[in-house]
Design a protein. Structure first.
Length: 304
C-alpha cells in the first residue's frame, strides 16, 4: 500500500472502533474512506447517522465543504514568507548529489462556508511582482490584503483570456458571415460558449453532464468536412476527450490518429527565426493573435 492508502485504512479502523455503525456504511459503499478521513474530527455518536447520510455519494470537494460548514475555521492571514532551506541528511555522502526537494502542490481548501484557504509556493520573481502590485495598489488597498490583489489580478487575466479564447467583447458588433465555409467566427465562438458555458456539453446515457471545465474545445456537430457550417447552431463545447471520441465515431480511430501524427510532425519542424516572427507580429498583429488563439483553444480534433 502507498502511504496515503495505509493512512486512510488506519483512520477508518480507529473510527470504526469508536463508532461501529460506520462499518456497515463502509461495506455498503455508502461512504468512502477519503470522506471518513475528512469527517473524522466532526463525527460523534449523536450525529454519525446524519453526517453519513449527508456525505453519501458526494465527492471529496463536496465533503470538504460539508466539514467547513459544520466546523468553520477563522480566516487565514495573507502573508509572504521564505521557506526554510532543506539541508541533506547526515547519511547523504558528499559524493552523492542532493535530491531536489519536492514542491507541494497548490491547495484550495474550504475553511468555512464560502471561504477558502489558498496556498502555493512562489518563486522570487512572483514574490517581487506581488510586492510591487501591493505597493501600486496601496491607495485602493491600504491594508495590503493579498486576497484583494490576487482577486483583481485574476479578474484582469480572465478578462484578457476571455477576449482571446472566447471572443467576448464589451461592444456589440454586427456579425458578418464568413467567406470560408465552416470557419468559426469570433461571434459564433462567443455565442457557443455563452450558450454552453465554460463546461463540456456532453451528456452521458445516465443523463449526467460531463463536469470538465479544462481543455475545452469547439466541435462541429455536423463535421466541417461533411458540409457543416461554422454557425453557433452547429457548434458545441466539448472537452478534449469527448471531442476526440466524437471524431473517432465519425471518421474512425485510424484517421484521427493519422491527423494527430501529421499535426505533431508539422509542429516539430524548425521554427522560424525570432526576427521573422517579430516582423510578422508587427505587420499583421490581428492575424497572429487569431492564429495563436486558434492553436491554444483547439477547434475540432480531426479538422472536420
Amino acid at each position: 500500500m502507498s502511504e496515503g492508502e495505509a493512512f486512510r485504512r488506519l483512520a477508518a479502523a480507529r473510527l470504526v472502533r469508536r463508532l461501529p455503525v460506520l462499518l456497515d456504511a463502509i461495506a455498503s459503499g455508502q461512504i468512502h474512506l477519503s470522506s471518513l478521513v475528512l469527517l473524522r474530527d466532526v463525527l460523534t455518536e449523536s450525529n454519525v447517522d446524519e453526517i453519513v447520510a449527508a456525505a453519501s455519494g458526494k465527492t471529496k470537494r463536496e465533503v470538504e465543504q460539508l466539514v467547513a460548514r459544520m466546523a468553520p475555521k477563522p480566516d487565514v492571514e495573507g502573508s509572504i514568507r521564505k521557506l526554510p532551506d532543506r539541508r541533506p541528511s547526515s547519511s547523504t555522502t558528499s559524493s552523492q548529489a542532493p535530491t531536489p526537494s519536492r514542491v507541494p502542490p497548490s491547495q484550495l481548501q474550504a475553511i468555512a462556508e464560502r471561504r477558502y484557504k489558498v496556498q502555493l509556493t512562489a518563486n522570487e520573481v512572483l514574490r517581487d511582482k506581488l510586492e510591487l502590485a501591493r505597493a501600486l495598489m496601496s491607495h485602493q488597498n491600504p491594508s495590503g490584503d493579498l486576497a484583494i490583489i490576487v482577486e483583481r489580478a485574476v479578474e484582469l487575466l480572465i478578462e484578457k483570456l476571455s477576449k482571446e479564447k472566447l471572443g467576448t467583447t464589451s461592444r456589440t458588433r454586427r456579425s458578418k458571415p464568413s467567406a470560408k465555409h465552416g470557419y468559426v467566427t469570433r461571434a459564433a465562438r462567443r455565442e457557443a460558449f455563452e450558450r454552453d458555458g465554460m463546461q463540456c456539453s456532453f451528456v452521458g446515457a445516465n443523463g449526467e453532464r460531463c463536469p470538465a471545465r479544462s481543455f475545452l474545445e469547439l466541435d462541429h456537430v455536423t463535421p466541417r468536412a461533411l458540409g457543416g457550417s461554422g454557425e453557433a447552431e452547429n457548434l458545441r463545447v466539448l472537452c478534449r476527450a469527448h471531442n476526440g471520441d466524437a471524431a473517432e465515431r465519425v471518421f474512425g480511430r485510424a484517421h484521427v490518429e493519422a491527423r494527430i501524427r501529421t499535426f505533431r510532425k508539422r509542429s516539430t519542424r524548425r521554427p522560424r527565426s525570432q526576427r521573422t516572427v517579430r516582423r510578422t507580429a508587427q505587420r499583421f498583429p490581428a492575424q497572429v493573435q487569431r492564429r495563436e488563439s486558434s492553436h491554444l483553444y483547439g477547434v475540432d480534433v480531426a479538422r472536420r
